[in-house]
Design a protein around this ligand. Structure first.
Ligand code: NAI
Ligand code: MG
Length: 488
């Protein structure tokens, strides 16, 4: 087999705002720089949307919703447009994946996986477009009552940098299937791939104003969206503290809000587990995409009987990991997304050492350009250490030894988060007991990070509000209207 070589750097074709199907500069001409996290070099200057730009995008989205061709389009036709977009993305998959890796630092193999997820998501929701039905309701008296499910309206969507295109698809999919219009803001770290994809949406025939794509910072562009009186809903993915601020800032306009926030997900290995599978699974749970996953299995509970051997074997795997250029097909781990994230992660590694956890492997920055961190394992972590409580969002796992179901369930649930949880065991009863008792929106048994567009995804407690994916997402993108008719 020939050795894998780095793939070519993709062309950056779009750097401006897409409003009403046209590419425009920011109203004040301002831009911000977007970087290559593997090198720290500037890739492009990108238009920074002002509050005025947000307002224009909202007006266009409102017009498309109320009176444009989209407002009159038959539901199957809406679905067809979405299928066409999915097909077009499939044709451009390699270019989109390269752009994603360049701007986000994700390995090219992972980026290709993400594009597959984008295509699946759009096709899944395209299929829903003409299957969103109301009900006829048996009311008292001589009346006919039925429900209509109508779009929520203009949807403001604010996404993060860890899965730029996949988060776009999770939010466009249900919004468009239900007939809404969209004003989306990408993360300031990763605006480029979404811009390419927005152009594809224009190419396949989405009418002007249905999809508007803005770039900009959270505290400027994002804040203007949250406060805008004519945005009906905000769908947000990101940090829990940002969600608290959004909830506060959205309160004067009482927007609908859905949140997908982070986690400190417990991944529990019982002594009776298939050991090889559990080691591979625990490894993937934390190190997939450099730990920059809301569902990362960052609290690894290992039953005491097998704890020492488990940690040794996990560390041996971590030492073998190939960290480097995300554009190289043989790379297993790329850089963290930014200097800010790198500093945050290194800060937690210091805190783990200071608070008395045992650093087994890793714990260092790799190189001096780009934002690379070696796969890191802390052992003998206590529940109250910062590394066991806070979302680190890096390749750092905290190993917590335990004894027995009751103890581990109590400790697993001792967190404000509740996004995901894993369990490894051969005992069917143990698996289902844990699944029932752990407080999390998703539970994986003998697997991890298996996320499908067809299954509801979201958090208990402070990990979120509402659900994305699956039929569940449709509830958050429709308003239910009751119509009652007096019969003669
Ligand atoms: P963030 O929550 O600040 O950013 C996410 C998105 O929200 C970005 O598009 C950002 O521009 C926007 N935003 C920020 N402040 C806003 C505001 N006041 N109003 C409206 N929009 C706003 O997250 P950040 O700073 O990128 O990452 C910090 C930490 O957040 C990470 O270390 C990680 O722990 C967590 N995070 C969780 C994610 C998840 O998938 N749940 C994704 C990204 C980050
Ligand atoms: Mg932030």
């Amino acid at each position: 087999m020939p050795a894998a070589k780095p793939i070519a750097k993709p062309t950056i074709r779009q750097t401006r705002l897409m409003i009403n199907n046209e590419w425009v500069d920011a109203s004040d001409g301002n831009t911000f720089e977007t970087l290559n996290p593997a090198t720290g070099e500037v890739l492009a200057k990108v238009a920074h949307a002002t509050a005025k730009d947000v307002d224009v995008a909202v007006k266009m989205a409102r017009r498309a919703l109320e009176s444009g061709p989209w407002s009159k389009m038959d539901a199957p036709e809406r679905g067809r447009l979405m299928y066409r977009l999915a097909d077009r993305i499939e044709q451009e998959a390699e270019e989109l994946a390269a752009l994603e890796s360049l701007n986000c630092g994700k390995t090219i193999v992972d980026s290709r996986g993400d594009i597959g997820g984008v295509v699946n998501t759009l096709r899944y929701y395209a299929g829903w477009a003409d299957k969103i039905e109301g009900k006829t309701v048996p009311v008292r008296g001589n009346f006919l009552s039925y429900t209509l499910r109508q779009p929520v309206g203009v949807c403001g969507q604010i996404i993060p940098w860890n899965f730029p295109l996949l988060m776009l698809a999770w939010k466009w999919g249900p919004a468009l299937a239900c007939g809404n219009t969209v004003v989306m803001k990408t993360a300031e770290q990763t605006p480029l791939s979404a811009m390419r994809l927005a152009q594809l949406a224009v190419d396949v025939g989405f009418p002007p104003g249905v999809i508007n794509l803005l770039a900009g910072l959270g505290e400027t562009t994002g804040d203007a969206m949250v406060k805008h009186p004519d945005i009906d809903k905000i769908a947000f993915t990101g940090h829990v503290d940002t969600a608290k601020l959004i909830q506060k800032n959205a309160s004067p306009t009482l927007k609908r809000l859905t949140f997908e926030l982070g986690g400190k997900s417990p991944n529990v290995v019982f002594a009776d587990a298939d050991m090889d599978a559990a080691i591979e699974g625990a490894f993937h749970a934390i190190y997939f995409h450099c730990g920059q996953c809301c569902t990362a299995g960052s609290r690894l509970f290992v039953e005491k009987k097998i704890h020492k051997e488990f940690v040794q074997r996990l560390a041996a795997e971590a030492k073998k990991r190939k960290v480097g250029d995300p554009m190289d097909e043989s790379t297993q781990q790329g850089p963290q997304v930014s200097q800010e994230q790198l500093d945050k992660i290194l800060g937690y590694i210091q805190s783990g050492q200071k608070q008395g956890a045992t650093l087994v492997v890793g714990g260092e920055r790799i190189g001096s350009s780009g934002y690379f961190v070696s796969p890191t394992i802390f052992d003998d972590v206590k529940d109250d250490m910062d590394i066991a409580r806070d979302e680190i969002f890096g390749p750092v796992v905290s190993v917590l030894p335990f004894e027995g179901m009751d103890e581990v369930v109590e400790r697993a649930n001792k967190t404000n988060y509740g996004l995901a949880a894993g369990v490894w065991t051969r005992d069917v009863s143990k698996a289902h007991t844990y699944a029932r008792r752990v407080k999390a929106g998703t539970v994986w048994v003998n697997c991890y990070h298996v996320v499908d567009t067809t299954t509801p995804f979201g958090g208990f407690k402070m990990s979120g509000q509402g659900r994305e994916n699956g039929e569940a997402a449709l509830d958050h993108y429709t308003e239910t209207k009751t119509v009652t008719v007096k019969l003669d």
